[in-house]
Design a binder for this molecule. Structure first.
Ligand SMILES: [Zn+2]
Length: 266
């Protein structure tokens, strides 16, 4: 392992050990500090992934646009009227709003790249680069925030996790939705409105429950200090949906205080 990872080294690992190539489109979730030192930092990692795949999608979520209204529909895992402080700090969504820190610096580096496109969902936008970037982003609507995941699945895409665990595997929300799990309404500041956004998925803290069950379909390698995985979407989503149908509480976290998971418990 080199002292400092280079683009070439990361690309070789992604291609030789996870089988990435120019035919495969992916969604990537990366925690840069887990890799150890990388020459050129986040831009290098974004570029190395981009160079190894067809179309690269990353989350560019902007939770910082969210506001909590005084009242709203019941059973929505939110305490209405509790958001005065948050509401005062909320930012208006705009296409160049930096991604929320939870999405990581590599997603932010991809967003800043001139060749990158971004969808316009005020909370759950994605960034994409590559031949199908426009098409995959266009599959997202206000009513269907998970459209890009379904697009990737339909085109034999995969999930790349670099230094993060299943709690970052956002695509599992599509299996939840298909299995009938409840979603939520959230509100975001946009340039001329407060937009009401349906079908927002919930907490991901319980997602590691599926980790070992996906071992048979997962390719694993180590890049720098990070465990990295590639999971094909089609079998992952089919398996997760089946498991959720058998056990409707699968993938929920066990925190008594988690409004999101407790509202979805059956
Ligand atoms: Zn939870």
């Amino acid at each position: 392992m080199p002292k400092e990872l280079t683009s070439r080294y990361i690309q070789k690992k992604l291609q030789d050990e996870l089988g990435l190539n120019k035919e495969i489109s992916i969604i990537a979730h990366v925690h840069l500090p887990s890799l150890g030192p990388v020459r050129g930092g986040a831009e290098t990692v974004a570029g190395a992934i981009m160079a190894s795949v067809n179309t690269l999608v990353m989350p560019a979520f902007t939770y910082q646009t969210q506001v909590i209204p005084q009242t709203g529909p019941p059973d929505n895992a939110i305490i209405y009227g509790s958001g005065d402080e948050q509401n005062a700090k909320a930012e208006i969504f705009r296409p160049d709003l930096p991604v929320h820190p939870d999405c990581g610096s590599v997603a932010e580096a991809l967003r800043r790249d001139d060749d990158t496109l971004r969808s316009t969902h005020p909370i759950l936008s994605f960034v994409a680069q590559g031949p199908h970037a426009r098409e995959v982003l266009a599959s997202q609507t206000r009513k269907n925030p998970l459209g890009p995941i379904a697009w990737l699945e339909a085109h034999d895409g995969a999930v790349l996790l670099m230094g993060v665990d299943q709690r970052h595997n956002f695509s599992l929300h599509l299996a939840e939705q298909r299995a009938g799990r409840k979603t939520f309404i959230r509100w975001a500041l946009t340039i001329d409105d407060i937009e009401e956004l349906p079908n927002i998925p919930g907490c991901m803290e319980g997602f590691n429950a599926i980790w070992h069950e996906l071992a048979d379909i997962t390719l694993v390698t180590q890049i720098g200090m990070a465990r990295c995985e590639l999971i094909p979407l089609r079998p992952m989503l089919a398996y997760a949906e089946q498991r959720l149908r058998e056990d409707p509480n699968f993938l929920l976290c066990d925190k008594p205080s988690c409004l999101s998971c407790r509202a979805r418990e059956v």
